[in-house]
Design a protein around this ligand. Structure first.
Ligand SMILES: C[S@@+](CC[C@H](N)C(=O)[O-])C[C@H]1O[C@@H](n2cnc3c(N)ncnc32)[C@H](O)[C@@H]1O
Length: 230
């Protein structure tokens, strides 16, 4: 049993998620406004108003802040789980001239495994690739990879990564992300995942993968966790 609170886990993916997110983010935006750069807060607010993301305001800020720091390291950026392009847009803003590889089925979630405990349905979060390409068309060096990860990684040139953002919601996908990116991360590179403490499959994939590895999982006060590659 990786998650203690199954009621919290059952919020993942449904209408309750969106409703809770709106309320939660309203409070978080007030806090961010009083302490953080107005340009960054208004970027994140715009992404939320456009309904481009399922992240809370704090989660969006953490993606911004960690990816901005990682832009100083050698290596590309990647995101697996793009949906309507909200979190990807933050990476577009922080990456500088690095390549950003964006992976999604663009047909919604693949089938769940037993570890996911029936929270999501197949095809949930489906979205249009051309529409997301249009949303991000002002940014350079963006590479879209349509299909189920890790199969969609075939043909992606071998390279190192400074930052990889995972938001695939499911056990198999999270495990595949960890297996693919861990050996390709630059020392000091960061893998950041959404939903670590709200979705049992995501949590289990991290625990199993990190067993016996020198890295330690760093939990955030949001649903996110991250791993810094040694
Ligand atoms: C919750 S959404 C991502 C939300 C987005 N990061 C945001 O800005 O809020 C999850 C996405 O992961 C994608 N996905 C899940 N498993 C995948 C896999 N194995 N390969 C490719 N895409 C996957 C789904 O198609 C969906 O678009």
């Amino acid at each position: 049993m990786w998650l203690k609170n199954r009621r919290i886990q059952s919020l993942g993916g449904g209408r309750m998620e969106r409703f809770g997110l709106r309320l939660w983010s309203r409070m978080q935006f007030s806090a961010l406004k009083s302490r953080k750069s107005p340009e960054i807060v208004s970027l994140i607010r715009e992404i939320h108003r456009q309904k481009r993301t399922l992240m809370s305001a704090f989660e969006s800020y953490i993606i911004f802040s960690v990816s901005r720091a990682q832009s100083r390291l050698d290596g590309a950026f990647a995101e697996i789980g793009v949906f309507r392009g909200g979190s990807a847009r933050i990476l577009c803003e922080t990456k500088g001239d690095k390549p950003l590889h964006l992976f999604d089925t663009f047909e919604g979630l693949p089938p769940s495994a037993q570890q996911d405990r029936n929270v999501h349905r197949r095809g949930q979060y489906s979205c249009s690739l051309p529409e997301v390409q249009d949303y991000l068309k002002g940014y350079q060096n963006i590479h879209f990879h349509r299909g189920t990860f890790p199969q969609s990684s075939e043909g992606v040139p071998e390279q190192t990564y400074a930052f990889a953002h995972f938001d695939v919601d499911l056990y198999e996908g999270t495990k595949a992300c960890l297996e693919y990116f861990y050996p390709r991360m630059t020392p000091g590179g960061i893998m950041l995942s959404h939903d670590y403490d709200i979705l049992a499959g995501v949590s289990q994939a991290f625990h199993e993968f990190l067993a016996g590895k020198p890295e330690t999982l760093i939990e955030q006060p949001t649903t996110q966790c991250m791993v810094v590659k040694r």
